[in-house]
Design a protein around this ligand. Structure first.
Ligand code: SF4
Length: 328
């Protein structure tokens, strides 16, 4: 309530009103009103870009109304690591305080083109989260498991302790204890597969990754017919986009980048067809939603293929070239 009152007062006669008067970017250099949704500071000004501090009016109980504080930014290109889509980001570094005030998209990134999902912008919270653990911890001496009491330790001690336990389990443990050694990593490709090979030398199936429980099924299907486990269709230049139990607008690999390209294609007139038992976000935006019974997609594809073949309504040259399949 207090916040609303302060906010309401500021909106009525404070800095927001005062500095939102210029109508277009060309009328001011302080707080340009975006003329387009893809508005972004011009690249030649990334080293020295000034913007008002959006939180300034809240300081001192909202008494700073009527004033404005400019932040002197340097925009540093970086990459989001919150999923493996690896969208481009820009870190907005406050040059006076030398802290990152916010992350925005990078309009020059060829995949994400400045469009990021909420997790990308939330990178700033990760950096300065008070609960972030920036060094190894061990259970406080004398405390029990579950008590949540920890003391700081060194990387050397942490690695020595864990390495010793792994060695003991592998060399002296029972079969069950040997199997209990598990190495889990979020992104196995980041080490080029090296870490997995090291773990395999321990003599068992100890390596586990995010992929095992996420996209392995989808990747296997893709790799078996395209030779690539993560396909990126040319959505932007498609005239008909057919998603089969795929939620390109809300989930999956590169969903955020794919969603942008699908939106571009639809703006040019492409139609979107989604076959999915669930009314997903993607299905909700489709021109045609085919709500199949779960698990029956394969049968529908066979029926479609059969009809295309029977009625000779397919591109022979295309299937011969791209699928190495010669119709009889
Ligand atoms: S899709 Fe979102 S979380 Fe994934 S890399 Fe892009 S901005 Fe980050």
């Amino acid at each position: 309530m207090l916040f609303a009152t302060i906010g309401g007062a500021a909106l009525a006669k404070g800095v927001v009103e005062k500095f939102s008067q210029p109508a277009t970017a060309s009328e001011t250099v302080l707080n340009p009103t975006p003329e387009h949704i893809d508005y972004y500071p011009p690249f030649e000004k990334w080293n020295d870009w000034r913007e008002p501090d959006g939180n300034y009016w809240k300081l001192k109980g909202g008494s700073q109304r009527g004033g404005v504080k400019l932040i002197n930014y340097m925009l540093v290109p970086t990459v989001c690591n919150n999923c493996e889509a690896a969208c481009g980001l820009t870190a907005w570094v406050d040059k006076d305080a030398m802290v990152v005030r916010k992350f925005m998209g990078n309009p020059f990134h060829s995949g994400s083109r400045g469009r990021n999902c909420a997790k990308g912008y939330a990178t700033q919270s990760q950096m300065y989260d008070p609960d972030r653990i920036p060094f190894p911890l061990k259970r406080a001496p004398g405390s029990k498991r579950g008590e949540g009491k920890w003391v700081r330790t060194t990387w050397d001690e942490a690695l020595e302790t864990i390495g010793k336990k792994i060695r003991e389990a592998l060399e002296k443990g029972s079969e069950l204890e040997r199997k209990m050694v598990m190495y889990h990593v979020g992104r196995p490709n980041e080490s080029g597969g090296f870490t997995a090979r090291v773990v395999w030398t321990w003599g068992g199936d100890h390596h586990n990754s995010h992929t095992n429980i996420c996209s392995a099924g989808g990747r296997l299907g893709s790799i078996s017919w395209t030779g690539d486990d993560r396909t990126s269709p040319d959505f932007a230049n498609s005239r008909l986009i057919f998603l089969s139990s795929s939620h390109a607008a809300d989930a999956g690999h590169y969903f955020q980048q794919h969603a942008g390209y699908i939106a571009d294609a639809r703006a040019k007139g492409a139609k979107l067809v989604v076959m999915d038992p669930r009314l997903s976000n993607s299905a909700g935006m489709a021109d045609l939603w085919i709500p199949v019974w779960p698990g029956t997609e394969g049968a529908i594809f066979l029926a479609l293929s059969n009809r295309l073949l029977q009625e000779d309504r397919y591109n022979r040259e295309f299937v011969e070239r791209w699928f190495n399949w010669k119709p009889l």
